[in-house]
Design a protein around this ligand. Structure first.
Ligand SMILES: Cc1cc2nc3c(=O)[nH]c(=O)nc-3n(C[C@H](O)[C@H](O)[C@H](O)COP(=O)(O)OP(=O)(O)OC[C@H]3O[C@@H](n4cnc5c(N)ncnc54)[C@H](O)[C@@H]3O)c2cc1C
Length: 261
């Protein structure tokens, strides 16, 4: 885990609501960063907003030791982050949290993401591409404009299935049908989700029905991200017991069957 002043290489909007940022790391290798992990970022070098904000790694570039983030411009922190300029320094803390796991000898994985949830799942998708594991991604969003990084995923050999609210294709019944077709046709043995409670419920159900290995990346609001403040507590079902966990300590990736949705 490192506290780093990274150099911002680029930071620009990729659609009306989303931005992409690339930063250069010096002093340690990004090879140590794993899909699913996140960084706690000081969005601006000022007292307000005081709290850092957590962001998953969208892409890990070992060749030039850079990291990329995709983020939704939402509240006070991301609004100031969107104004940060190339050559400025970004105070980042991490990598934090656990990582996604691949089932041993996986024959194919399916990602079910809503909105910027694909930012969290994409590092896993690129890793699957490198390992030669077939990867399929259902990308759900409000509008066509909100479907993120489809081109980048396709270029990495990932088959994408965009669905939107505007044309009605993101309806859970239709997404379920689509997911079941992919699972049956493509020998999917693992499924991963992020970005929507409704899709997580659907994914959990499909996972249980088809006996798939299933994981979720949770996005609880965080304060310290070090386990001290208990801002990110959620309940999980552990065997017969319901237990509270801190997402920053035991997550953000959890077995989907354990998460109470
Ligand atoms: C592990 C993880 C990974 C994530 N990855 C991504 C990602 O890759 N891309 C992405 O777009 N989003 C991601 N998110 C969500 C992202 O962190 C939030 O969207 C972001 O924090 C919003 O910040 P904001 O300042 O714009 O919004 P705000 O709504 O202003 O603030 C967000 C939260 O910060 C806290 N906060 C703010 N101000 C205060 C205050 N004064 N006192 C106490 N608490 C306060 C609150 O919990 C608040 O809800 C991730 C979240 C987690 C947990």
């Amino acid at each position: 885990m490192n506290l780093t002043n990274a150099e911002i290489l680029s930071n620009q909007p990729i659609s009306e609501r989303y931005c992409h940022m690339e930063i250069a790391i010096t002093g340690w290798s990004v090879a140590d960063v794993k899909p699913g992990q996140f960084f706690h970022i000081r969005t601006i070098d000022a007292y307000s907003p005081l709290l850092r904000r957590p962001f998953s790694i969208y892409r890990i570039n070992e060749e030039d030791n850079t990291l990329e983030f995709l983020y939704l411009v939402k509240g006070v922190g991301t609004k100031v982050m969107a104004k940060r300029m190339p050559k400025e320094h970004l105070d980042i803390f991490g990598p934090l949290g656990n990582t996604f796991t691949f089932r041993e000898g996986s024959s194919g994985i399916l990602l079910i993401a809503r909105g910027v949830g694909i930012a969290t799942l994409s590092a896993l998708a690129f890793d699957a591409g490198k390992k030669g594991i077939p990867c399929y991604a259902i990308l759900s969003a409000r509008t066509k404009d909100d479907i993120l990084i489809e081109k980048e995923l396709t270029a990495a050999g990932i088959k994408t299935f965009p669905v939107t609210d505007e044309d009605g294709s993101s309806d859970p019944l239709l997404v379920r049908k689509l997911a079941e077709e992919i699972i049956k046709m493509q020998q999917i043995d693992s499924v991963y989700t992020c970005g929507s409670r409704r899709l997580a419920i659907l994914t959990k159900d499909i996972g249980e029905q088809h006996q798939l290995f299933a994981e979720i990346a949770l996005e609880e609001n965080m304060g310290c991200a070090m386990g001290a403040c208990y801002a990110c507590v959620c309940d999980i079902q552990d065997e017969d017991e319901i237990r509270s966990i801190r997402v920053c300590q035991e997550g953000p990736v959890l077995p989907l069957k354990k998460v109470i949705l």
